[in-house]
Design a protein. Sequence first.
Length: 296
Amino acid sequence: MDDLEIVYKLRKRINNLENKLKSLTCENVHSNPDINKQTVARINKIEARIIKLKGIKNDKIYQVYSGLSNRPKTVSIVINIEMMKINEIDIGDNITILKMTPISFKLDDKKKGLKDIIYPIDATDRNLINILARYRTIINKSKDFRSEPFQIGKDSTETVIILLDYFSREYGGEICFTSEDISYCNSAQYIVGGIANFGSLHLLANNLIPTAKFSIKINLNYDRDLAQSNSTMKNFIIDFSKSIAHLLHCKYDFVRIFSIEKIDNKRGIIQVNFGITTNDKNQTEYLARYFQTRVR
């Protein structure tokens, strides 16, 4: 059975389940309360099954159109991502801000990139110089901006980098660097994990891969239960991500935590801000609606 045939059969199964879901919804509206409880339980099971099947179908469609099924498995590492890693974390007195990225994506070492910078004498923006210093670290170029100053020019790679940083910040991101080879055929999957490249900038600019953002309150003491150590906070973040993925029956890399806030330390309440992103806009909307029904 080839991939297209699998996609066709999955689509038929999804259509059948969606029709059953519609009929159960009508039944739930018109039936008595006792039947309602049973029907709601059946609806939840069917919705979970639909989400799972749509995820499988989308993966197959992606393989068909990218030709990944005919390539060695080692090429499609990103397709099999099952976890995200905490790449940066800043634990403050009232809020923890973090960045999660795919495990397979190796970012540059910011601390190394910001070491031994010789800043220009003029009033050039230091943030701009810091970005260029990280780039120069990757390509083993001097970070002495007095002897080798940044010069704007249409043929300048450093000018392009600054423009890309401005662009990424418009969408709430920032430019990052890696010495790893990146396959453009996996661009859509990378952007699901929060990493955009030249192969997916158009998806970001046209909002073709949106993120459904949520904030939920949890009965935990921020200072006592989480902020006492990096490992405690990180363990909570990873466990929370897994729990959401299990609840939605989706891949782990579809869930990213953005921040954790202290809401009421006396009563022990925190707020977790996170997002759900898939490589299919309809599936993201479906997961968002499903999550809302489960947490009400």
